[in-house]
Design a protein around this ligand. Structure first.
Ligand code: ZN
Ligand code: ZN
Length: 362
């Protein structure tokens, strides 16, 4: 079973880290390691992955049937009753003054209660430990990410065949959400539609602004298939190109291509950001590229590796991330193009294939 391999690797990673245990609450990390996906709530649910090769799962009584049904046999289940203190139970599973890696999504209320129960514990984020495991995708994960990307590509092809002028950003966003489902997503995660001056706001919330001829329209959208995400951005112009649009569009295409070509195993993640950024800076639009170049994607929409200046993590085959440079001219227009790519033995392969050429819509 895939997940038990993952848990075995996590147990090895904790042992190699010099820490005593890793504590993981309800999150994509827990789903990844155990196959169990409970809701994060005020009652403590916690996986304790110990350096001695044992894994424990602490759950409230009422969650025990769900945990038994979905979690692994190789995890020892501990139930706690509402009248007892679950943090004492955690302490008893650990040595005195333990060194702990704590999952990023574990609620502060639980972390603070654990600190009160074990004042001598040393806690560090489990971020790097988990990123080391989750950022390298297995075949099943690559298959799901590929299917999600394909469904997002199809969504773009459908939407550009529909009229834009006269409809509002919100109407277009609702259409995108519907088409994402029609194309096979289980759930829509987000639909950004920024038109005209709003296209210069990278994470614009769709409004009732009617889209007009001569607008640039940035559409960034994605959803989930079998717990894995899609995320794509395309920019189109309505009926005619706004002034200066073509030059910026071509710069962003060239930037995205340069970043794609910079991806090889062993290359530090930040070099991909630099490759994208240098094309835009040399064209004189450097101030308009206001965000990092990309983010990993998998069980979460944004996860490691982050494609950003300062991230020296060497890229490895099977890492999957977005390449999404953009140029935003405040109050005028913006262009962003985003594809998900997977690192291969020689370079990179795009998971998105939707048209990247300059496109006019009606
Ligand atoms: Zn996106
Ligand atoms: Zn993205």
């Amino acid at each position: 079973m895939v997940t038990s391999d993952r848990l075995a690797k996590a147990l090895d990673a904790v042992a190699a880290s010099g820490l005593d245990a890793m504590l993981i609450g309800p999150s994509a990390d827990l789903l990844y390691l155990t196959g169990y996906a409970p809701m994060p709530l005020e009652r403590l649910i916690l996986a304790v992955v110990r350096s001695d090769g044992q894994a424990h799962l602490i759950v409230p009584e009422l969650e025990a049937p769900g945990a038994e049904a979905s979690a692994l046999d190789s995890i020892e289940l501990h139930r706690w009753h509402d009248s007892t203190d679950p943090y004492v139970l955690v302490r008893r599973l650990l040595k005195d003054a333990p060194r702990l890696a704590v999952g990023e999504r574990l609620w502060a209320s639980h972390v603070l209660a654990l600190q009160r129960e074990m004042p001598a514990a040393r806690m560090v984020p489990a971020t790097e430990l988990m990123a080391g495991l989750r950022s390298i995708k297995d075949d099943a994960e690559l298959d799901r990410l590929g299917r999600a990307a394909e469904a997002a590509d199809e969504t773009f092809e459908v939407i550009v065949g529909q009229p834009f002028a006269g409809r509002t950003e919100r109407e277009l966003a609702e259409d995108l959400a519907r088409i994402l489902l029609e194309q096979g997503h289980d759930r829509t995660e987000f639909t950004i539609v920024g038109s005209g001056p709003n296209s210069a706001s990278p994470h614009h919330e769709p409004t009732s602004r009617p889209i007009a001829p001569g607008d640039a329209v940035v559409m960034d959208f994605g959803g989930e298939i079998d717990s894995y995400f899609s995320d794509i951005t395309r920019t189109v112009a309505v009926k005619e190109e706004p002034a200066g649009y073509r030059e910026i569009y071509e710069v962003v295409v060239a930037s995205q291509e340069a970043a794609f070509r910079a991806v090889t195993p062993g290359t530090p993640a930040m070099e991909v950001d630099r490759a994208a950024r240098s094309v835009i800076t040399e064209s004189g639009f450097g101030d308009g590229f206001v965000h990092r170049t990309g983010h990993g994607i998998g069980l979460e929409l944004h996860e490691a590796p982050y494609i950003v200046e300062g991230n020296q993590t060497p890229l490895e085959p099977r890492m999957v991330f977005s390449i999404e440079p953009g140029v935003y001219l405040s109050g005028r227009l913006g262009v962003r193009i985003e594809d998900i790519v997977v690192v291969t033995d020689e370079g990179a392969r795009r998971l998105n294939h939707a048209d990247r050429s300059l496109r006019l819509v009606n």
